[in-house]
Design a protein around this ligand. Sequence first.
Ligand code: NDP
Ligand code: GDR
Length: 330
Amino acid sequence: MTKRALITGITGQDGSYLTEHLLSLGYEVHGLVRRVALEDPTRRFTRIEQVLDRVTLHAASLESYPSIFHLFSKHEYDECYHLAAQSFVAESFLDGFSTMNVNINGTHYMLAAIRELQPRCRFYFAGSSEMFGKVRDVPQREETPFHPRSPYGISKVAGFELTRNYREAYGMFALSGLLFNHEGPRRGFEFVTRKITSTVARIKAGQADELRLGNLEARRDWGHAKDYVRAMHLMLQQDEPDDYVVATGETHTVREFCQRAFAEVGLDWQQYVKIDEQFYRPAEVDLLVGDPSKARERLGWEPEYSFEELIREMVREDVRALAGATGARA
Ligand code: NDP
Ligand code: GDR
């Protein structure tokens, strides 16, 4: 029988890749979107325009329990992937209140509505390596204690705990993926990887002459979003609900990402990168590197992209997009 999935955050990076993955597996895919997005499809649906005729979108607000309740009273879902969030860590320092509201209450509304109306619907919560923050173990594993360093990280710890509590208190199939940074050509321009690759493309095309960044020493475990959405789906196919770290097990500095991205187009990063203190964070997460052994052993999950392949694809796609936009030959 065809399975029906609901994705919140379907217009985001992960939502778009997950939609394609579930469609390829024969799922019927529904998405929660903001009403403003439905009213402005050309700008808001760029990541899902290729699948718009194969998905069903519902306008709802993560800030309103009645609207979430209404959503779950219209259709029965086998699986729900709750990806919607204010996901930019730097923004969470500027407006911690909105971040908390959407990320914590939004998650609670989802869980409460599912419990009330569809307790058999399997629920995925988008947890984050930012929950480990000031890390207590290297590498970080499912048992590593949390020490978040931003309102965003705190909101994800709260979402994780809510999800665990609904599982333990009400027997729901509710779990969290503890996903480390994952990127790709659909990444938002404000995140450091896409900021770097898009600016590299503009510099190469003569449209920019510098790249202003903050902390180059931060280390991240960067994978490809296409690989990570496969893990989300696998988690919901297990016999028992459980939480999983999803990571590559490798860590690299922002500096190294820069160096490789510039090298892809034959440029020396040191001639273009300028340090700008406005991009430093009030509290930084210095080192993230995950141990994905549990996901590997129990889910049979393996990433297909290497760090080098990720950067190559992102730079290539940004160079190509710019060439298309300016009418130049690729
Ligand atoms: P994006 O920022 O690309 O997408 C976020 C999505 O959430 C968008 O669809 C956005 O909709 C939606 N959204 C934001 N605020 C609201 C709101 N108030 N109401 C309804 N929808 C809202 O994030 P990613 O795809 O990268 O990440 C997906 C999830 O995974 C997020 O929860 C993120 O925190 C988490 N995560 C991401 C990691 C990563 O490295 N990418 C790692 C670990 C966790 P709109 O298009 O309308 O703005
Ligand atoms: P992160 O991603 O905070 O890890 O959260 P981001 O790409 O924003 O930052 C990574 C690291 O780069 C440093 N940095 C800069 N970051 C940005 N954005 N802009 C800059 O100019 C810059 N210069 C240096 C940052 O200080 C940081 O150390 C992402 C999001 O997708 C979250 O939603 C997700 O939960 C985590 O990854 C895992």
